[in-house]
Design a binder for this molecule. Structure first.
Ligand code: OGA
Ligand code: MN
Length: 343
């Protein structure tokens, strides 16, 4: 429909806001006289949908040629089919999208998640629910009464695992596909989120290494990632509820068909290899993939919605003074059903 423009260089003007006003202008207009009778003619002939799309363009501004883009002019509470398709195409190309200036309550965030797939409910570990929906992950340092968590709060210690490079829910048989994280409150310093491009990291491996890792299976477990920080205080029932799972180390992205590494803090070892060999290989690959050239750091502003593709990226939160400042981010994640099929 010619409404999606990809521009090489950011150039923010009032264009997006203007379009929204124009859209409302269009909606308020009285139907043309010709539609007075019969009433059913209105829905047949008035080209309302195309007028609305024409006046609300979405712009996708790449931050790097194929990794991270900013999406300008989108209203995520009211996405048209064309805008939804444009965001879907952009995520398959850039893997991480920053959508600033959004106003999303818990209902909007859940609806947004459902627009892009089946929602994967979070672990919400030992949580007294603060958010409206159990399908949303509470990525905050707050308790159910919106008070800062104590330093020894079990939930806080568990969530510090998000500071390690990971792919959401890779410890599940059906892991996370797209995660959408929305910023309600951000601290004055720190608390950024970093993203690593595992497609580019795979491409940069030399051919012998690519051949060596082809076909390898990796065991993932949430208790492996938490144990790396020395947090092992989980009950037998909690452990039994989330047994280890196996995933391929090299995947083909189901849409872009690009090859990518798949790993992170939940990845424990290589199946069939001696434990130390497998762990050393994973460490080498993690070190390789998190070199600065593959990493983008996002400094949050209130109203930012960031979408990332867990199938071909890793991310980690950075530290901040969580004893003093609230940080209230909320996430919805879709299911990576492609894991159930061979690549
Ligand atoms: C997440 C996550 C990191 C952060 O929401 O999945 O890992 O910066 N967040 O809070
Ligand atoms: Mn995460």
């Amino acid at each position: 429909m010619g409404v999606i423009r990809v521009r090489p260089r950011p150039e923010r003007t009032g264009a997006a806001k203007m379009s929204r006003c124009q859209r409302h202008g269009v909606e308020r207009e009285a139907p043309p006289a010709v539609y007075r009778f019969p009433p059913q003619a209105i829905s047949v002939e008035f080209p309302q949908e195309s007028v609305r799309e024409e006046t609300m363009p979405i712009e996708v501004l790449p931050v790097r040629p194929s990794f991270v883009a900013r999406v300008i002019g989108a209203d995520l509470t009211a996405l048209s089919p064309a805008a939804t398709a444009a965001i879907g195409t952009a995520i398959d190309t850039y893997s991480v999208l920053i959508v600033p200036d959004q106003h999303l309550d818990d209902d909007h965030l859940l609806t947004l998640g459902k627009t892009f797939g089946d929602v994967e409910p979070p672990r919400n570990h030992r949580v007294v629910q603060r958010l409206k929906h159990a399908e949303l992950a509470d990525i905050s340092n707050l308790d159910a009464n919106n008070r800062l968590r104590a330093a020894d709060d079990h939930r806080r210690l568990d969530s510090l695992g998000n500071r390690l490079w990971h792919s959401d829910a890779s410890f599940r048989e059906v892991p996370g596909a797209l995660s959408m994280l929305f910023a309600h409150v951000v601290p004055p310093a720190g608390g950024e989120t970093e993203f690593a491009d595992l497609r580019a990291a795979y491409d940069a491996l030399d051919a012998p290494m690519q051949a060596r890792i082809e076909g390898l299976a990796v065991e993932h477990s949430i208790f492996h990632s938490r144990g790396q920080l020395g947090h092992t205080d989980y009950t037998d029932a909690e452990r039994a509820a989330l047994p280890p799972v196996l995933h391929p180390l090299v995947r083909v992205h189901p849409v872009s068909k690009r090859k990518t590494l798949y790993m992170g803090s939940h990845a424990s070892h290589i199946v069939g290899w001696p434990m130390p060999d497998g762990r050393l290989l994973l460490r080498d690959l993690m070190e390789h993939a998190t070199q600065r050239e593959f990493v983008y750091r996002h400094a949050w502003r209130v109203g930012d919605l960031v979408i990332w593709d867990n199938r071909c990226t890793m991310h980690r939160g950075r530290s901040y003074d969580d004893a003093t400042h609230p940080r209230d981010l909320r996430r919805v994640t879709t299911k990576d059903l492609s894991m159930l099929q061979p690549a």
